[in-house]
Design a protein around this ligand. Sequence first.
Ligand SMILES: *Cc1c(COP(=O)(O)O)cnc(C)c1O
Length: 361
Amino acid sequence: MTDPIRPQPGIMEIALYQGGASHVAGITDAVKLSSNENPFGASEKAREAYIRAVHNLHRYPSTDHAKLREAIGEVHGLDPARIICGTGSDEVLLLLCQAYAGPGDEVIYTQHGFLMYPIAARSVGAVPVQVQERDRTVDVDAILAAANEKTKIVFIANPNNPTGTMIGAGEVARLADGLPEQTILVLDGAYAEFVEGFDGGAALATERPNVFMTRTFSKIYGLGGLRIGWGYGAQAIIDVLNRIRNPFNLSHGQLEAGEAAVRDQDFVAKCRAENARMRVWLAEALAEHGVPSDTSMANFILARFADEAEATACDAFLQSEGLIVRRVASYGLPHCLRITIGDEAACRRVAAAIAKFKGRN
Ligand SMILES: *Cc1c(COP(=O)(O)O)cnc(C)c1O
């Protein structure tokens, strides 16, 4: 007998999202390098704004997020009317699927793409279609070949997580041009701020009705615990998403901290510079010990080992040294470990531990 109480199709096929581990049994001072968090925390100004928000706990927050959208618009040179804010960019990705995809529709993501994409697609009954990458980099031709009249959304993170690679503006534009007319190209710019001078796809999303950009306060802004993200695109898409968005999705604390954070671009610039410096240092240190990685544009590197067994052994060794990194087998990369760029002390500990591990083998 089948249970008469049944979830919508697709939901039971969702594999639960696994967050990065945060502790190791028996070790009290472990360094967490598994979730691409900012080693410097959040801007002091954002923290102060969050604390001030405590005085308004009894009031409902703004439903239109006008002040936060204005601040984002000012800093990025974008029309605030074309911005939507969500509880993390994850919510915006989900709203896009809810509004534009359903049973029978296809949602494209790439071979080593972010796992929230297939989760969001399945949650609305759509079919996630995984497209091959080339050398751990998004392959525009492969996506264009896979797109058809059922394709409603194409998700690309640029730079991508967990590979750290990105594709150039020409390739992104070629993709936007070549997709079927009913397909929205979503450019997930979670790591855009780590790339000096990069707009995350904002210019393309300004010009084209079929390109949408998402951004987050979880990475360079160091506010992953607060859950703030935003999206930017055609007015028509924003108007659709706002109809299904929970009107009070962001609390006072999120709105106030987000506004202060985006206005503190000195903090962002400092984090970007320090990340770039330590990322090069760590990649070179690991390469010297026979652990290569692709040139990363984000706040982590994807360290490649000989095979899955070596990656597993190295992960266990790092844990025994109090260093928590990310296994990425679920991203089709069983022989790799994704290592967040921590502060200088953390990077030096990782390099020394991997040198020790390689020396023992
Ligand atoms: C971390 C990350 C996000 C951000 O998610 P939030 O919900 O904003 O915390 C989005 N996309 C990718 C690819 C990420 O790695």
